[in-house]
Design a protein around this ligand. Structure first.
Ligand SMILES: NC(=O)c1ccc[n+]([C@@H]2O[C@H](COP(=O)([O-])OP(=O)(O)OC[C@H]3O[C@@H](n4cnc5c(N)ncnc54)[C@H](O)[C@@H]3O)[C@@H](O)[C@H]2O)c1
Length: 236
């Protein structure tokens, strides 16, 4: 049986991290590069994607590129995946880690335009990128792995007015199960992680507003974690 380092060795594999310019996507991209994968960092902010990719290259990644794209658009997703395939020749791993800033309204007054935009960014993008990845993984016949960032907001009511975000994350959970079932025969594993509360730029801006951070109850340690930090429970 191979040792643990060999089991986690991703040399020769190509990983795509969407939302890779963000707090958690950046950490995922770094971990994949550290394990030996070539990494494509994709983000709405081309500058953020390029900065993360440059950091990975500087830290000794096999290869890294930054791609700017609005992944809620079918055309942009196709363009980004075609560019990544052209650069690296294959795609083995997809991490979906997009998040659009949460717009808060009560359900009875939630604007349709906001609803549509939130679902497009936080759910449709996951579908489009998963589909684009599977369309390449299946014919290649090497299997693959897709990891979707869901949220506890997709299975719990946090009481913060984030209706469309929570509904989108509930959709991410079901998308994960549907695609895991459909693509298992092709050796493609699809899993989701459901983070609790991590500090990112958007959340940092919220900390001053008690209405948007309430309630601390659902957070097991009643405080936010920091991306890349050791989980609190393992520090006991
Ligand atoms: N931070 C948390 O506490 C937390 C908790 C639960 C779940 N999550 C989930 O984890 C994932 C990562 O969260 P994060 O904290 O790193 O978020 P973040 O806001 O730091 O980063 C999200 C990134 O997604 C990008 N993005 C937004 N819309 C896009 C689009 N249409 N096309 C391409 N890129 C787009 C943004 O530019 C940003 O860089 C998200 O799916 C989020 O919903 C985060």
């Amino acid at each position: 049986m191979p040792g643990l380092p060999a089991l986690f060795d991703l040399s020769g594999r190509v990983a795509v991290v969407t939302g890779g310019g963000g707090a958690l996507g950046r950490v995922a991209a770094g971990a994949l590069a550290e394990a030996g994968a070539s990494v494509a960092v994709v983000d709405l902010s081309e500058a953020a994607a390029a900065k993360v990719a440059a950091g990975l290259t500087e830290a000794g990644a096999a290869a890294a590129i930054g791609v700017g794209a609005d992944l809620s658009s079918e055309e942009a997703v196709e363009g980004a995946f075609a560019a990544i395939e052209a650069a690296f020749g294959r795609i083995d791993i997809l991490v979906n880690a997009i998040s659009a800033a949460i717009d808060r309204h009560g359900p009875e007054e939630f604007p349709l335009q906001t609803w549509d935009a939130m679902l497009a960014s936080n759910l449709t993008s996951y579908f489009l990128c998963s589909r684009a990845a599977a369309q390449r993984m299946i014919p290649a016949g090497r299997g693959g792995s897709i990891v979707n960032f869901g949220s506890i907001a997709g299975s719990n009511v946090l009481g913060r007015g984030g209706l469309a975000y929570g509904v989108a994350k509930g959709g991410v959970a079901q998308l994960t199960k549907e695609t895991a079932y459909a693509w298992a025969p092709h050796g493609i594993r699809v899993n989701a992680v459901l983070p609790c509360q991590f500090v990112n730029d958007w959340w940092r801006g919220n900390l001053a507003d008690p209405a948007s951070t309430r309630p601390p109850g659902p957070l097991p340690r009643a405080r936010s974690a920091r991306p890349g930090s050791t989980p609190p429970s393992s520090r006991r």
